[in-house]
Design a protein around this ligand. Sequence first.
Ligand code: CP
Ligand code: NVA
Length: 307
Amino acid sequence: MTRHFLRDDDLNHLEQLEILDLAEKLKADRYREKPLAGPQTVAVIFDKSSTRTRVSFAVGIADLGGNPLIISTANSQLGGKETASDTARVLERQVAAIVWRTYGQAGLEEMALNTTVPVINALSDDFHPCQLLADLLTIREHRGALKGLTIAFLGDGSDNMVHSYLLAGATAGMHVRIAFPSEFEPLPGVVVDAERIAATTGGSITLLTDPVEAVTGVDVVVTDTWVSMGKEEEKAHRVAALRDYQVTTELMAHAKADALFLHCLPADRGYEVAADVIDGPQSVIWDEAENRLHAQKALMVWLLQQN
Ligand code: CP
Ligand code: NVA
């Protein structure tokens, strides 16, 4: 069975650890692994905009000895004109792996079911698992270990990053707190899955509405845009509904004195986070953005070894 990475819980605790360890090694010695030498090609498909994901996959695939083929659905047959399953069958004859940023999770599942090469989720409406590998790598670099740390997310609880924090945080054995207004709740099935995983790793899941309660005493504070790609028409309503969840210096003062601040970027300063927090001394956003490269390289090396 081909291993894919469609959601964070496609990796168990030990597998996640193995990939983070490899990412650390690749960060220290960038060109040590060449599994794509040939060069073999990896297709990287975008249905939505991207800066970090596009650059880090293109650079990472080249670092691994391969050839990145960046495809925009706007000028390909995928996306209304051809199914994911037919696309998968065409691509697998020519590429070593498929990386896809899309809308529905179902498309990724259809792609994965119909190909023998690994499929990697580069963000969907429901999950952003590659970002979580980078976030966990960043937190580990600054704190030494992940197990037992407490992380608080404030804002849009229905966000793809929230679902990934729930699953990947639980897998790492972290205590994950999510604070959101009741109309923006996480997918109930993902919460159940995260709770089941947390029970095996010593982590925990806590859903809250009060932002102060959520950040009190935590090791890490995170947030994300209030207006994810595809939700642009809801902006006015979201800004009004989420106003009290902005990460401010006053809120950060309730976390541990040395708490880290992370944000996957792009950020809207003055909305989900105040400029003095994201640009302040507790913010590790530039390490986090760089770590997309190292984490995704490790993921690709690992997936290519499994298949
Ligand atoms: N964080 C992230 O995925 O950024 P991009 O949308 O620029 O790829
Ligand atoms: N939640 C955001 C993440 C962007 C990297 C979005 O989906 O637009």
